[in-house]
Structures are given as C-alpha cells and as structure tokens.
Design a protein around this ligand. Structure first.
Ligand SMILES: C[S@@+](CC[C@H](N)C(=O)[O-])C[C@H]1O[C@@H](n2cnc3c(N)ncnc32)[C@H](O)[C@@H]1O
Length: 218
C-alpha cells in the first residue's frame, strides 16, 4: 500500500458496526460468495453483503424494467440488482473474461429466476450495440474507462434513471494527490469531476466500501 492509500476510509470499528447492522445475507448469496472465494483468484472484487444489500434495495425502490451492469465478475451484484426487476424486465451484464461464462451461466440459473442476459466481451464494444433505454446502470469495471462508460451510459439512461459507479474513492487515492501518476486514479478523479459538473444529473458519493457514486438523471 502506498503512502496516499487510505483503506478502509472509515474507522474499522464503524465499518464492522455497519456490516453487523445490515440485513442478513440471504442463503443463495452466501453460497455464491463462498463459491466465489473457492473459484476465483481475486475474490475480493465481489460486492459482498454490505454493498450488495444497498444495490438490491435501490433496485427494489426503482423497480426497473431495464438494467445495465458493466463488470459481472462472479455475478453477485448482478443477482442483487436483478432482484428489483419488474415482471418482464431484463438485466444486461457485461464481462470481458470468457472463462467466467460457464460459472456465471450455471449460477445465474441456480440463484436467480430473473432474466439475466450475459454479454461476454469488452464493454465499450458491447454497450454501443445494446439498443435499450435503462432505468438503472451499475459501472464496476476497468476504472481507466470510467469517463467513456459514463458518456455513453448517461445517454442511455432514461430521465429519472439512476447510475451508480463503484470504487470512486479508489483506496483513498482520489483527491489526496493533486497530480496522481496512475491512470486509474486520474480517470476516477476525472469521472467524479465530470458527473459533478454535469447539469443533466444530480449526484452524491456514498462511502460504502471503496465508495459509490450515485447519480439521478434530471
Ligand atoms: C470489480 S469486478 C466486478 C464485481 C461485480 N460487479 C460485483 O460487484 O460482484 C470487475 C469485473 O470487470 C471485468 N472487466 C474488466 N475490464 C472489462 C471490460 N473492458 N469490459 C468488460 N468487463 C471488464 C473484470 O474481468 C472483472 O470481472
């Protein structure tokens, strides 16, 4: 960890308290979390119960018809988001790693009865070709492309729709160093600035885990 990294941002005791005072993880997600830890080399990329509960509640409040997710990994956040879908609704989720496909298809079938459409490939190639208007968008992949994802996604978001981006505090590196050298920190700083200055959107940072940016299209 470098000098400018602060993680976790909140006192660990407060973080533990937050994790204790969140709804109990449902059995199917507990199982998926366990499988993720057994199957993947970097299981810490999973949303987990704290953030997953937030995503599930937001999705249930919006009750979306169409959701877009960029960055599926083991499908944990996909299943959380899908739980708020209205009847006949669909979640499009994009993952670049082809070798995750079998794991994902098996576990979506096992742990969700919602319409989950998995796209394997690079997000920038795929999102251009999904001709839908979205009620809810979750960006959680390839930090260096956050600005590009945002510019495309905000056009595809309906008025009143919600966009959420993960890791926008980037281990505390954002904002602390005025001249960050790594391209991820630069891109996340830029993304946070662009969404904040975008008059089409009202936005707020929610410091859960590595930080979520939430915006609502006006
Ligand atoms: C942080 S993980 C996603 C975690 C998941 N959303 C969750 O909360 O459980 C990011 C995922 O994005 C994928 N990814 C990275 N770059 C990508 C790209 N250009 N297009 C699509 N997926 C990408 C990675 O392979 C990884 O599985």
């Amino acid at each position: 960890m470098t000098e400018t990294e602060i993680h976790p941002f909140i006192d660990v005791r407060i973080e533990d308290y937050c994790k204790e005072n969140v709804s109990k993880e449902p059995k199917h997600l507990e199982e998926l979390d366990r499988k993720t830890h057994l199957h993947f080399v970097r299981p810490n990329m999973i949303s987990g119960n704290w953030q997953g509960t937030f995503l599930r509640l937001i999705s249930k409040m919006i009750n979306p018809k169409n959701i877009l997710e960029i960055g599926t990994f083991s499908g944990y956040s996909t299943i959380c988001l899908a739980e708020g879908l209205q009847n006949g609704g669909v979640i499009h989720t994009i993952e670049k790693e082809e070798e995750y496909e079998d794991f994902l298809l098996e576990n979506f079938a096992k742990y969700s009865n919602k319409n989950i459409k998995l796209h394997i490939g690079k997000a920038l190639d795929i999102i251009m070709n999904i001709e839908e208007e979205f009620d809810l968008i979750f960006i959680d992949a390839d930090k260096a492309s956050y600005v590009q994802y945002y510019n495309i996604c905000v056009e595809k978001l309906r008025k009143g729709g919600v966009i959420i981006a993960d890791n926008i505090l980037w281990y505390g590196k954002v904002g602390l160093n005025p001249m960050p050298q790594d391209k991820e920190t630069q891109a996340i700083n830029r993304f946070n600035q662009i969404i904040t200055e975008d008059t089409r959107v009202e936005n707020v940072i929610i410091p859960i885990r590595d930080g979520l940016m939430m915006g609502r299209k006006l």
